[in-house]
Design a protein. Sequence first.
Length: 337
Amino acid sequence: MIDLRSDTVTRPSDAMRDAARDAAVGDDVYGDDPTVNDLERRAAEVVGTEAALFVPTGTMGNQIAAQVHADPGSEVLVDPEAHVVRWELGGLARNAGLQTRTLDAEGGVFTPEAVHAACHEADLHRPGTGLLSLENTHNARGGLAIPADRIRAAADAAHAHDVPVHLDGARLFNACVARDTDPAEMVSPVDSVLFCLSKGLGAPVGSMLCGSRAFVDQARRTRKLHGGGMRQAGLIAAPGLLALENRERLAADHENAERLAAGLDAIDGLSAPTPETNVVVVDVSGTGLESETFVDACAERGVGCGPFGDATVRFCTHLDVDREDVERAIDRIASLV
């Protein structure tokens, strides 16, 4: 199987397994797990924030950030295609008591004009705007890598209304590599950022929620509320430290994704625009197959992918897939069509 369903399917390297076995551990709820503490310090250094918090999942990190930033009943300005809307089970409403106000983010991020028009203060009849939520890379829009200046423009507009900004950067480093931008520069305009260790970076589990020290202190209490207080978590934090060293190799995934898209686009019945990062979205309507049927047919031929709409399918390249795998996947799909 050439598994291109997601970059979450990577398997920990032997070095990661060794690091987990040999990790120094303590009780992280008491703050005395040295490996977790090292990971949190290192993550904060990488993105240029005062502090960071190790969380089990990116979804938990996004939900924690929303609860810390915004009062219950207030509005979150967010793209309807954002991960926090499409794939987090309505958590903004259920967990934080927030309601979403969706704005179309064509191109992956809101214009300053759109943010200014949407922000409003609370009054007798309306909740106020409590949070602006951004995403980079933007998964549902084809792995778009949003430039730092567009993130800053949207964030500055929100800050003009005293509205905090959270960045769901599950694939933050893919965006930074694609845009040749230092992570600290990319996230400096926002108040908090979430990035995953368990996607393209290859760790078996875990994400980092980063921001000011005051924000992280409150996020740590909220993590406990979500049941995310961990004990000897150094066993899973140690692979995360090694995963942070995989940031620069993401360029290889982008190159493989570009080759995959080009190969699939050349097949009659398929249409695949050139990706900006490691996410390849393919329109399969020309084959006469629905996406679910197409995905099943790919699986039968040893290629993993996932439905992304009625007529679109997503492929993700990652560190467990090399150029030879990509070429074989193209050949297998060509024989299918």
